[in-house]
Write a protein that binds this ligand. Structure first.
Ligand SMILES: *Cc1c(COP(=O)(O)O)cnc(C)c1O
Length: 398
């Protein structure tokens, strides 16, 4: 289908680079291209399809709900929305939830909530501190929150009220805090920034600092939430509870849905303060509900933890074998292989040629984030391919 690439170039607004690959079908951890070639998918739609592609539980939910009710807006009560809200609250440290359509929207809602909280409880404090190398989304305010100058430069002047400080540096965060600060927003593990895990005490220190100053702690768990790191939420690894948490990617198993969750004391919204036409509609919430129930009832998070440990061990084997591979970062099934040279793109190409999809999260890091249902046998096969890709690229660069 060479034609498709030409049509795309002609009709589609180009905002990002694509891999030269047209995917037409998926099942479990596998996808197929338009020429019938099979790939192990260790990208999973950017950590989205937790149950893999076209999982029967999700197919069933889409089919059933599509015959009942799709959309009526938030002007009315709907059953799957309230059931999903209850399930999320009962399985997290949070008290309430509001649904959104994406991660960036969930984060926008979190910032609006923090601003209102600042007006009501902190003398009008409005500033939010976030981290350098973070990723919080692509809306205008989230470009300001996302501490990546490359994403910011063409859009200046940016919305006011965001301060970016180095991640995993409590001193920098403390000295950036002022009487204007209403909240601190962090990823528990930075995903797009290269899979950066903070030191064990950092998040505790941030929690203490927020408590001391009365500021809200917002965890962006859009990428780390719903089992990705081997616990249902990544904050559970660190023994630190946020006041506000955002979710999206894996929440709907591939159907677009996001969520902002908050503890009662932080929940500053009142009727009229916020809203959305599409958000939390019966179709999206019924699918997310089926996804969440399947994950909880079948210990899918346990599988993610076990397969993740297996994958981490195998990747560490590659670090021992190749000079090019320097370290393994991450937790559960959110892992990155650090490289001594900027050859992540080449490695991704070599893997694709051998039937494996992985992601060049940084020029010198390859990210793996397969479906949470991935088996150890599938992990072994993927690492075998990565092994030969590293060998090929290593030779090439000598
Ligand atoms: C992907 C991501 C977002 C943005 O989510 P979208 O659904 O693309 O808007 C926000 N925060 C984190 C941590 C992410 O990984």
């Amino acid at each position: 289908m060479e034609n498709l690439k030409e049509q795309e170039a002609k009709y589609f607004m180009s905002t990002g680079k694509r891999q030269p690959l047209t995917l037409v079908r998926g099942e479990g951890v596998k996808v197929w291209d338009d020429e019938g070639r099979e790939y192990l998918d260790f990208v999973a739609g950017i950590a989205v399809t937790g149950l893999g592609h076209c999982h029967p539980a999700i197919v069933k939910a889409i089919e059933e709900q599509s015959r009942i009710l799709w959309h009526v807006s938030n002007l009315y009560y709907t059953v799957p929305q309230v059931e999903l809200a209850q399930l999320l609250v009962e399985n997290s440290c949070m008290d309430e939830v509001y649904f959104q359509n994406s991660g960036t929207e969930a984060n926008e809602a979190a910032i609006k909530l923090a601003r209102k909280y600042g007006k009501v409880h902190l003398n009008g404090a409005y500033e939010v501190i976030s981290a350098i190398d973070s990723f919080h989304g692509r809306t205008f305010a989230m470009v300001a929150a996302t501490g990546q100058p490359a994403h910011q430069a063409i859009y200046t002047p940016l919305p006011q009220g965001f301060v970016n400080v180095p991640y995993n540096d409590i001193e920098a965060l403390m000295s950036a805090t002022s009487e204007n600060t209403c909240a601190i927003m962090l990823e528990v593990i930075q995903g797009e920034g290269g899979v950066n895990v903070p030191s064990q005490d950092y998040l505790k220190q941030v929690r203490d600092w927020c408590d001391e100053r009365g500021m809200l702690l917002i965890f962006d768990e859009v990428q780390t939430g719903i089992g990705r790191t081997g616990t249902l939420f990544a904050y559970q690894h660190f023994g630190v509870e946020p006041d506000v948490m955002t979710l999206a990617k894996a929440l709907g198993g591939g159907i677009p849905i996001g969520a902002i969750m908050a503890k009662k004391a932080a929940s500053a919204f009142e009727p009229g303060d916020h809203g959305s036409t599409f958000s939390g509609n019966p179709l999206a919430t019924a699918v997310a509900l089926a996804n969440m129930r399947y994950i909880l009832d079948n210990d899918v998070v346990g599988n993610a933890r076990r397969s993740g440990e297996h994958l981490k061990g195998k990747l560490e084997g590659l670090v021992a074998k190749y000079d090019l591979a320097t370290e393994v970062r991450g937790m559960g099934l959110l892992l990155a292989l650090g490289l001594s040279e900027d050859v992540a793109g080449k490695i991704v190409d070599e893997c694709r040629g051998r039937g494996l999809l992985v992601n060049p999260v940084r020029p010198n890091a390859v990210r793996t984030m397969p479906a949470l249902i991935v088996t150890k046998a599938e992990v072994d096969k993927a690492v075998g391919i990565l092994d030969s890709a590293l060998e090929a690229v290593g030779k090439d660069s000598k």
